[in-house]
Design a binder for this molecule. Structure first.
Ligand SMILES: [Zn+2]
Length: 77
């Protein structure tokens, strides 16, 4: 009988906006604390690379212009 009340320390990546565990490198864009820690684009194909870069760039722009984590924003998909 285990009830897990504690959620993992999830934060949203400041770079791409994806949920990441606290104090870990974002597995989506490879950034940690605003610094590129791992090169996630390296292992991707050219096509995937473009897609990923676009995703990261647009997410970053959205993050700056919209309010961070509102209920509206979360339910809107
Ligand atoms: Zn990220």
């Amino acid at each position: 009988m285990h009830i897990f009340l504690r959620k993992p320390n999830l934060t949203s990546c400041p770079k791409c906006g994806k949920p990441v565990l606290g104090h870990t490198v974002c597995q989506n864009c490879g950034y940690y604390k605003g610094i590129e820690a791992i090169d996630v684009l390296k292992k991707l194909t050219k096509k995937e690379k473009k897609k990923k870069q676009k995703e990261i760039e647009t997410k970053g722009k959205e993050e700056k212009t919209t309010k961070p984590l509102t209920m509206e924003g979360l339910s809107k998909k």
